[in-house]
Design a protein around this ligand. Sequence first.
Ligand code: PAF
Length: 283
Amino acid sequence: MEAAETIQSIRSLIKAARDSGKNIGLVPTMGALHVGHISLIEAARKKCDYVVVSIFVNPTQFVPGEDFEKYPRPLEDDLDICQKAGVDAVFAPAQGEMYPVENVTWVNVEKLTESLCGQFRPGHFQGVTTVCSKLFNIVAPDIAFFGQKDAQQAIVIRRMAADLNMSLSIVVCPTIRESNGLAVSSRNMYLSEEQKKDAANIYKSLQKCHRMIDTGVKDASEIIDEMRNILLKVPSIEIEYISIVDADTLQSIDHITGKVLIAVAVRIGRARLIDNILLDSTK
Ligand code: PAF
């Protein structure tokens, strides 16, 4: 496995791979790698000859007051995980390599970024789409891999790639969960064992929603009330939002119809946790 810190060095590794006829897969990450990231790497290895993992804690997607400084940066462990997972190259640039001067050019996806997390993290998605555009320009992957846990991010990036005619496809891989249902996330390391048990109720509320929709409940507010009741029983959970939205437009819906995304964001202690399920109510 090669490790590159500069844009020039990752570009020359990728050029060599391309010249030998390989297609390129990119798994963009902020490091603190876990089984969720490993599943993205495995998906990339199945579809691509040359797999690049980027590790960059992107300052522009953190809103003031968020955990940018405290965000875990276990680079040696991450490199080890990548090596064992069969990654071909890691791109781990310093901040000054990605943003050498004040950034004045932004990629902004409208509408899809207004609801859900966008309401609570103003500017977050602009940071994500800008850094992903930069990474796509640097690595020029054929396919980039994202996790369904960050459902809104995946939808926003797919739309950005389509609207800007980017020459890559976006693959979204299923959420990986702990045995108690908690979605795996780098931010789970902020949780105590007790808080992890409490956090399992997020998925319980989503499963309840799934069952209600399966049994024909159509009223979104009835479902949200049931989910809220499950979460309110856990004193450590502070609900940020529980939303049922159209899976394409991300606009709230009152009546369950077609493909719907049910998304939850909560705070437990110093962790902000998100989770979701995607359902096709016609099936
Ligand atoms: O999902 C993440 O880890 C980040 O938002 C991403 C896509 C790597 C951009 O910094």
